[in-house]
Every structure is written in structure tokens, then in C-alpha cells.
Design a protein around this ligand. Sequence first.
Ligand SMILES: [Zn+2]
Ligand SMILES: [Zn+2]
Length: 165
Amino acid sequence: MTLAGELLKDATAARKTWSERQTERFAKACQKRVRDSQGFETSASLKVLAPAQTRQGAQKAAQELKRSLDAHGFAASDVQVEALAKGMIFRLSVQASWVRDEPQKTETGGFRGQCPVCLGSKVLVALAPCGHTVCHQCKGKLPAGRKCPMCRSVVERVTAGIFVS
Ligand SMILES: [Zn+2]
Ligand SMILES: [Zn+2]
């Protein structure tokens, strides 16, 4: 391979790693928002500096990032290139929405057991940090302030299911 070819290959690999990292960052931001809002869909926007010095490079990075977001299951992702400092710096303006897994989808996975709240035999989720379990439906009806129905401690997180290896 020629030197030019090798440099190009390096740049492509670096861009791929970069966009995967941005996608991860984006996913985390969206997850936090979904948790905070307790909603099923959220959209987030993010501005990041493009890992490129030219508009062409920034556009390539934008394409790669959009591909990565789409592959991650983001809906309606949009990545725009903005030129800053008279075209010396390029910034990407990223927007995407994320739809939380459908209840019937999560319903199929994970451990089934008796929910201590509704007493039904359902797929259970664990509340963190206390570790008590409730079913998906009861999780959606947590009392005000998101307190655990068993021990009243504040629920910081809820697992998607209980998976036993
Ligand atoms: Zn229940
Ligand atoms: Zn508890």
C-alpha cells in the first residue's frame, strides 16, 4: 500500500473510533434524559468539534457519526456541519431521538417471578440501589419521588430486567 493510502486508512479508522465514542456519549445523555423524564422517547442534541481541519473531513465525520447513530437505533438522527472561526474549525451539531424499548419487547427477556406489589407472575426488574424487585407495570407506577414500594428508599435506577447467567 502507498503511504497516501495508508494515511487514508488511518484517518478512516480514527474517524470510526471517534464516531463510536461520540455515539456512546450521546447514548448516555439520552438514557439519562429518558430516566429523568420517565418518558418513552427523548431527543437530545449535542455539539462536538469535528476531528478534521477541512470541511470535507468534517462532512465525512458527520456521515460516519450519522451511520453510527443509526446503527445504534437512534431515530431521526441528523448531523450538520458548522464552520467556526472563519472555517478554521468545524463543529458538528448532532440531533437524534431515542425511543425506549417497547414494553412487550422487554417483557420477553429476563427473569419471571411474583411481583410483590401486584402479586402477578411477571417479568421482574430490580430497583437500585435497594435491590427490591417489582414488575414492569408496577415500575411505571412508582409512588411520587420514585420511592421503592417495599423499603421507601429513593430509586436511582431500574434495570431493564433481571438476567441470570
Ligand atoms: Zn407488579
Ligand atoms: Zn427497596
